[in-house]
Design a protein around this ligand. Structure first.
Ligand SMILES: Nc1ncnc2c1ncn2[C@@H]1O[C@H](COP(=O)(O)OP(=O)(O)OP(=O)(O)O)[C@@H](O)[C@H]1O
Length: 252
């Protein structure tokens, strides 16, 4: 449950444990502003994320990718439509339920790492595990992304790719059901980007969080179970890959 107080609705009476998706969005719209200056960022998006799957979201700039991810993660609210998380309606959740959802259920990774400069890698991760419902030890999270030996380094002593892997460790240390990544390799060269994608691939396989990654780099789509292409606020294409190509074998 997100919260006992949350004004949540069941999904057609289905038990949360019985649903075949972690997240289900239906008829999602988002309009910024109003009148002549209104921007229709989402125009009716339907999307399911299944447990453990790795989804890449592609699309031109302005097509609504970040808006969608922010609404799915409870960072922004939809204008209309519904998002169900394990059968519970987060679009109808109150502020405190939404805070719990973000804090306990969703890991976020952004283009810029947002690490605290005065804390070591392990201390940055511990900031999250201290308040998480089901934390995994910071050292274990760092080991999963290949940074065990760097746990006691400060961000300034780490490369961009290593800092992003600390951010991934921080995101997964709460054992989220959902991992949402907005351009996680956007600030990195391709070789460094591969190490970050390998970290995402590994945590997805080992921890099983449904993972959605926004990218401008179409080559990254090959590492996904499923590829969603957005255009003009809508899903233009949604297709499954036959196999997941290891990040190191992707050409970009
Ligand atoms: N806070 C906001 N206020 C007004 N308009 C916004 C706001 N956020 C996004 N938009 C607009 O909504 C549309 C979709 O933006 P969004 O950031 O979701 O696209 P995107 O596909 O993620 O783009 P990019 O790849 O450039 O990050 C764009 O036209 C954008 O200008």
């Amino acid at each position: 449950m997100i919260s006992a107080q949350a004004p949540v609705k069941e999904n057609g009476g289905a038990e949360p444990s019985a649903v075949a998706y972690v997240l289900r969005a239906r008829a999602l719209t988002k309009t910024y502003g109003e009148g002549a200056s209104a921007v229709h960022a989402l125009k009716g998006v339907d999307l399911d994320l299944r447990p453990g799957e790795f989804v890449v979201i592609l699309g031109p700039s302005g097509s609504g990718k970040s808006t969608l991810l922010n609404i799915l993660g409870g960072l922004d609210t939809a204008t209309s439509g519904q998002v169900l998380f394990n059968g519970l309606d987060i679009t109808a959740a109150d502020t405190s339920a939404l805070t719990k959802y973000r804090r306990d259920r969703v890991g976020f990774v952004f283009q810029f790492y947002n690490l605290i400069a005065s804390l070591t890698a392990e201390e940055n991760v511990a900031l999250v595990t201290e308040i998480a419902r089901a934390p995994i030890p910071p050292a274990k999270a760092l080991a999963l992304v290949g940074l065990g030996p760097r746990a006691h380094h400060f961000p300034a002593e780490l490369s961009g790719g290593e800092q992003q892997r600390v951010a991934i460790a921080r995101a997964i240390a709460k054992s989220p059901e959902l991992l949402l990544c907005d351009e996680p390799t956007g600030a990195l060269d391709s070789e460094t980007g591969v190490t970050v994608l390998e970290a995402l691939d590994r945590v997805n396989r080992e921890l099983g969080a449904a993972t959605a990654v926004i990218t401008h780099n179409a080559g990254i789509a090959a590492m996904a179970d499923r590829v969603i292409s957005m255009r003009d606020g809508q899903i233009a294409e949604d297709h499954a890959n036959a196999t997941r190509v290891p990040p190191r074998e992707i050409s970009w």
